[in-house]
Design a protein around this ligand. Structure first.
Ligand SMILES: [Zn+2]
Length: 305
């Protein structure tokens, strides 16, 4: 059942409260019908994370070509993200600034109420495939598009009435030019963390999450308790071979500026990806099933089981 229909039914049942007492039989019938429909609405999340839908977002982003910070392609990718968020009734805000004469834009989609949790991903791609051919850019199907695609599909499927927090879906710019001509890593996320006016309750980063050959290990800069919580959710969903509760990587990524503020933060990253920072980071290396596993874990974390 669709979200909008459920909302309409909830609205109708709300307006029925008074008239029902006067309408007697027809009112009782209407109330029963409404309660039946409400039960159907409340029994499960109306939408479940779809790997195929997320994969379509990987294809859309890659169709724009490489999307390095400051390029027309990343501007178009960002505009598409904003349109998508607004289309699913998320409140959108951008953070725009200049870094080394280059325009940078973080995009934030907000929904729900209560303490803030951030789910982040970078959406820029590395301007040099320096693991292979530095003159070429990285298309970034996995390193860039996969995380942003998961966030966009979350924007579609999350049931805002069930969110246990205010959720910020954050698309970071300027993560991935680190080490090129003196650029730093994680420029967009550092800017956001430096300009926070409150303390988020938690931050979860998804980066390089779409590899068809997917394994997520514990990452040493991440907060152990939150990491364990997420991997426990994965286990309840049966993802024990992909979410492996053993330490493997130590990664400097967009979660670090939040870790440094003392905010519990976790990087969900599959760093064992042979096409990393090469021209071969293309959509054929990404699978819908991999995107779906990550999305389902986040969906349960944000909405509850
Ligand atoms: Zn990268």
């Amino acid at each position: 059942m669709g979200n909008s229909l459920c909302k309409w039914i909830k609205g109708v049942t709300g307006t029925l409260k008074v008239p029902v007492t006067f309408l007697k039989v027809p009112g009782t019938f209407l109330l029963s019908l409404a309660l039946l429909l409400l039960t159907a609405c409340g029994s499960a999340s109306p939408r479940t994370f779809s790997g195929e839908q997320a994969y379509a977002h990987v294809l859309e982003q890659c169709a724009l070509g490489a999307r390095p910070t400051g390029s027309p392609a990343i501007r178009a990718a960002g505009d598409a993200i904003i349109a998508h968020l607004e289309g699913w009734d998320w409140a959108v805000e951008t953070q725009e600034f200049t870094y080394r004469d280059t325009p940078v834009r973080n995009i934030i989609g907000r929904a729900g109420e209560g303490p803030v949790v951030i789910v982040g991903a970078h959406y820029d791609t590395r301007r040099s495939a320096d693991q292979e051919d530095p003159a070429q850019p990285v298309l970034g199907a996995n390193d860039g598009a996969s995380g942003a695609a998961v966030l966009m599909e979350l924007a579609r499927v999350l049931d805002k009435d069930r969110l246990r927090h205010q959720v910020w879906l954050v698309f970071f710019d300027a993560e991935d030019n680190g080490g090129l001509d003196g650029w730093e890593w994680c420029v967009g996320s550092s800017y956001m963390a430096a300009n926070l006016t409150f303390r988020p309750e938690a931050m979860v980063l998804v980066d390089m999450v779409g590899d068809a050959d997917q394994q997520f290990y514990f990452e040493r800069n991440s907060s152990p308790a939150l990491q364990q919580e997420l991997w426990d959710i994965a286990a309840t969903l049966g993802y024990t071979t992909t979410f492996v509760p053993e330490y493997r990587w130590t990664v400097y990524d967009d979660h670090i500026p939040f870790v440094q503020l003392g905010i519990p933060a976790v990087d969900i990253i599959d760093f064992d990806y042979p096409y990393w920072h090469t021209t071969r980071d293309t959509p054929d290396k990404v699978s819908p099933a991999s995107l779906e596993r990550v999305g389902r874990v986040l969906e349960v974390w944000l909405e509850g089981p």
